[in-house]
Ligand binder design. Structure first.
Ligand code: HEC
Length: 193
């Protein structure tokens, strides 16, 4: 099975399971939060799996090209199959499409303040029902900590070939200079109620 087919399979299986668990559509916030957490777990496992295997088999420059081609598609697949919108965002985005909306910016700014106060990044999440264009929407945001592995492409001492590949694909990149434990970004999920 190709890596791409494998990722599609993992995401599809996870999403089918989540959909089964969440058949009841009445507003049960605890259930929605649990469903969001489950989707994030599967989505992040799929992303991390392909990131690690591509880094090991082909090195970071090819892994950047892979993320560029596949990361948006993985989020798209997870969204289509779950009925949620599944994405990543950041206060310092690499892909300009990951720039936060007002809600995401507010929540992530609060997260940054909490991290500065000593709260571990990995523990930060926020759920809220908001009004968007006259519709009620459940939104869920979970902080993504920077790990050692991430520094190859998001740290402050990038190899020249890595920096060059990032510049070529993302001329407006803001996503370098991170240290372990800092918030690299957040998973952002939403679902109309
Ligand atoms: C091989 C290089 C590489 C590594 C290693 C890497 N990333 Fe990325 N990261 C990228 C690229 C390229 C993108 C842009 C993907 C796209 O176009 O959607 C990205 C995007 C992101 C985004 C989406 C928001 C944005 O800025 O566009 C987050 C969040 C993120 N990375 C977190 C991490 C975390 C956490 C780790 C470590 C576990 C990590 N990355 C490791 C290359 C990398």
């Amino acid at each position: 099975m190709s890596t791409r087919a494998f990722v599609a399979f993992v995401v599809a299986a996870a999403v089918a399971f989540a959909a089964l668990v969440a058949r009841d559509r009445s507003v049960d916030e605890a259930a929605l939060q649990a469903e969001a957490r489950g989707l994030i777990k599967d989505y992040s496992t799929a992303l991390l799996g392909v990131l690690k295997s591509t880094m090991e088999s082909s090195g970071p420059v090819e892994a950047i090209a892979f993320c560029n081609r596949e990361a948006p598609a993985i989020a798209e697949t997870a969204s289509q199959q779950s009925g949620w919108t599944v994405a990543r965002t950041s206060l310092k985005p690499r892909n300009p499409h990951a720039a936060p909306d007002e809600f995401e910016r507010r929540v992530m700014t609060e997260f940054v303040a909490q991290i500065a106060g000593g709260t571990p990044t990995a523990s930060l999440r926020h759920a809220e029902i908001v009004e968007q264009n006259g519709e009620r929407v459940f939104r869920y945001i979970q902080a993504i900590p920077t790990a050692e592995l991430c520094l190859t492409c998001h740290g402050s001492a990038l190899k020249p070939e890595v920096a060059a590949k990032i510049r070529a694909l993302y001329p407006a990149d803001q996503a370098t200079g991170f240290a372990p434990g800092q918030m690299r970004g957040a998973f952002t999920l939403s679902r109309k109620l």
